[in-house]
Design a protein around this ligand. Structure first.
Ligand SMILES: Nc1ncnc2c1ncn2[C@@H]1O[C@H](COP(=O)(O)OP(=O)(O)O)[C@@H](O)[C@H]1O
Ligand SMILES: O=C(O)[C@H](O)[C@@H](O)[C@H](O)[C@H](O)COP(=O)(O)O
Length: 185
């Protein structure tokens, strides 16, 4: 697999993004970002009330994360980002910023080639039962477990030609880290 300066650890709430992302960053000596830390207060309040986010809520947040990734990678910093990135278009935004947002049909074409972040996507997937079980046990987090069904409904698993690997959350954390480290060789 080609060397990449950025890893995106994605999946529904409770799939292990933050845990795996932080462990991986520490193992690799890369900088770690958790997308949850960049939600505006309105998004956190909305999720806290049990209302799922929509595209309008997520797109500015994803553009901010793209800007951070691009800044870091351009300065030579290797990064791990834990982010739900549930839809293909969300991952496109992380890679290309606002150029990843599909144009409205009446909008003029975009000029030039946007700066892209070369990402390897690590998709953590698991059953509703396993992940909801983990969320019910997780303490001190703003995301209510009732929102999990909407996360599964929104999820578009990565597919070709996206640059991704797929790992089951049924594996242990050391196994997951070992698979990712192997993929990076
Ligand atoms: N592979 C795993 N095996 C067992 N428990 C896990 C695994 N990955 C994560 N967990 C646990 O599941 C819960 C949810 O993980 P977390 O990293 O918070 O998920 P996310 O960031 O995707 O919402 C945490 O309590 C975490 O310790
Ligand atoms: O796009 C979204 O709807 C949110 O990013 C969501 O997917 C994310 O899961 C929450 O921020 C909760 O945080 P946890 O993923 O850590 O549960």
């Amino acid at each position: 697999m080609a060397a990449v300066p950025a890893l995106l650890v994605m999946g529904v709430s409770g799939s292990g993004k933050s845990t795996v992302g932080a462990l991986l960053a520490s193992e690799l000596g890369w900088k770690f970002y958790d997308a949850d830390d960049y939600h505006p207060e309105e998004n956190r309040a909305k999720m806290g009330k049990g209302i799922p986010l929509d595209d309008q809520d997520r797109i500015p947040w994803l553009c901010t994360l793209h800007d951070i990734l691009l800044r870091e990678v351009t300065s030579g910093q290797y990064v791990v980002l834990a982010c739900s990135a549930l839809k293909k278009v969300y991952r496109d935004i992380l890679i290309r910023g606002k150029h990843g947002v599909p144009p409205k049909s009446d909008a003029p074409g975009k000029e030039g080639k946007p700066a892209e972040v070369q990402l390897l996507v690590v998709y953590l997937s698991g059953s509703f039962e396993v992940i909801s079980g983990r969320l019910l046990k997780r303490k001190g987090h703003f995301m209510p477990s009732e929102l999990l069904q909407s996360q599964f409904d929104t999820l578009e698993p990565p597919s070709d030609p996206e640059n991704f690997i797929h790992i089951s959350v049924d594996k242990s954390l050391p196994e997951i880290i070992a698979i990712i480290m192997e993929a990076l060789k």
